[in-house]
Design a protein around this ligand. Structure first.
Ligand code: ATP
Ligand code: MG
Length: 431
């Protein structure tokens, strides 16, 4: 097959046989987030490029290497969102959401775009579910947001996943840390990759997040931020841990977590799985107290996280967690002849208005082929509609599972299907 007839590299079609899992996951996550007071926000798939270059950080991999940026026909530089936070905060500021009740709690789900090397768990179009909480500075807020992420994973029955937390301090305590990092990495300057050499001057902490094996080996013994935290940051971190302990949420402190985006301050965290290969970080997030002011809004503390939906589904697969399979077609009406076909269409319309999935022939098949089709799609009931049924107003309602048939009046078809549905529920519940 020629390349142009295939989905672009790093993208996936989500086919009907998979999409129900996505719908289940997205619905469950939204419902769980609502229990914490988070409501959905929908922002554009693209933003002005500066929303990301200025705020995600121009020394990050995302901005330096991964963005889909182009000029539109009005010659504006536009970028497909590589992540949500910057766009969501742009929207929070634009619509003055912080002037209503604080904290602002929003969640979202949708596609993100990064020009990455595609591999298992790493795509060019991927999907994030995330949440942002604006206007809360206390450690309780960090703990609540982490607990939300924890509950989201639990709501999908995911068990084999661990939480790692760290603090990367604030602007003031980070200065000393940067100096210590510069000193440490300067010794190995010649071995660092080109990008990291540039980072050494401008943002040495980014080197800790470099994916190159040589750089990460050098970074393994680098000084850690926890040793440089100022009193306030240190107290904040202790506070977060205290809240997590009180909630019974298990975690380990991993001083190597720095996160890939520049706007983080203080608490950062990741939920990591060992069962989905090299790309094991399912969820990443943290506090970003400087971002609103940096983006031209009122200074306001904030934090959030995002999880990769593809990686969530991979974890679910690895733990063999099933998503509820969609209900099959309730009834297939098999017409024979033109008059029956017209009647079948009308019946389907009536049944669909009553909430039943009702299908009939729109291909022009003979009776045998229609029944084969009904079987293939797993229809629960079928009726055959021919001239004699039209005349008598009676049809045989056939249960496809056990082959039993019941003569019913066509006028009663809705009631008959309702009672069939109720008895099948009762059977499933064993009452
Ligand atoms: P990684 O270290 O895997 O590159 P990241 O630090 O770039 O992740 P974030 O920007 O924090 O990731 O995004 C949050 C989550 O989104 C990740 O934990 C992951 O689950 C998911 N994610 C990020 N990039 C991709 C991608 N290219 N393909 C699939 N999922 C992704
Ligand atoms: Mg990345």
């Amino acid at each position: 097959m020629s390349e142009i007839n295939k989905a672009p590299r790093g993208t996936n079609d989500i086919l009907p046989e998979e999409s129900y899992k996505w719908q289940f996951v997205e619905k469950r996550l939204m419902e769980t987030a609502a229990l914490f007071g988070f409501r959905e926000i929908r922002v554009p798939v693209f933003e002005h490029t500066e929303v990301f270059t200025k705020n995600v950080g121009d020394t990050t991999d995302v901005v330096q290497k991964e963005m889909y940026t182009f000029n539109d026909k009005g010659d504006r530089s536009i970028t497909l969102r590589p992540e949500f936070t910057a766009g969501v905060i742009r929207s929070v500021i634009e619509h003055s959401l912080t002037s209503a009740a604080l904290p602002v709690k929003v969640c979202y789900c949708g596609g993100c775009y990064r020009y990455e090397k595609p591999q298992a768990g790493r795509l060019r179009e991927f999907h994030q579910f995330g949440a942002e909480c604006v206007g809360a500075a206390s450690p309780a807020a960090d703990a609540e947001v982490i607990s939300l992420a924890n509950s989201l994973l639990a709501s999908l029955d995911i068990k084999k996943i661990s939480l790692e937390i760290n603090s990367i301090g604030c602007k003031s305590c980070r200065e000393k840390y940067h100096a210590a990092l510069k000193e440490y990495f300067s010794v190995n300057k010649d071995n660092l990759c080109g990008t990291c050499n540039e980072r050494l001057e401008r943002n040495p902490m980014r080197i800790l997040d470099c994916k190159s094996p040589v750089c990460s080996k050098i970074a393994a013994d680098a000084p850690i931020m926890l040793d440089f935290l100022c009193d306030e940051c240190s107290q904040h971190f202790e506070g977060v841990k205290g809240h997590l302990d009180a909630m019974g949420i298990e975690y380990t402190v991993n001083p190597r977590i720095v996160r890939g985006l520049d706007y983080y301050t203080r608490t950062v965290f990741e939920f990591v799985s060992n069962n989905i290969g090299a790309q094991g970080t399912v969820c990443g997030g943290g506090r970003y107290d400087g971002l609103l002011e940096q983006m031209g809004g009122q200074p306001s503390p904030a934090l959030g996280f995002a999880m990769g939906v593809e990686r969530l589904l991979m974890v679910m697969e690895s733990e063999q967690i099933p998503a509820p399979v969609p209900e099959p077609c309730d009834i297939y009406i098999a017409p024979m002849g033109e008059a029956a076909s017209v009647k079948a269409t009308a019946l389907c319309c009536l049944l669909r208005n009553e909430g039943f999935e009702a299908l009939t022939d729109i291909v022009g098949r003979g009776l045998k082929a229609q029944m084969r089709y009904a079987n293939k799609i797993g229809a629960l009931y079928t009726v055959v509609l021919g001239d004699s049924e039209l005349e008598s107003g009676k049809v045989n309602l056939k249960c496809m599972e056990n082959g039993s048939e019941k003569e019913i009046a066509l006028d009663n078809i809705v009631e008959e299907l309702y009672s069939a549905r109720i008895s099948s529920f009762a059977e499933k519940l064993d009452i």
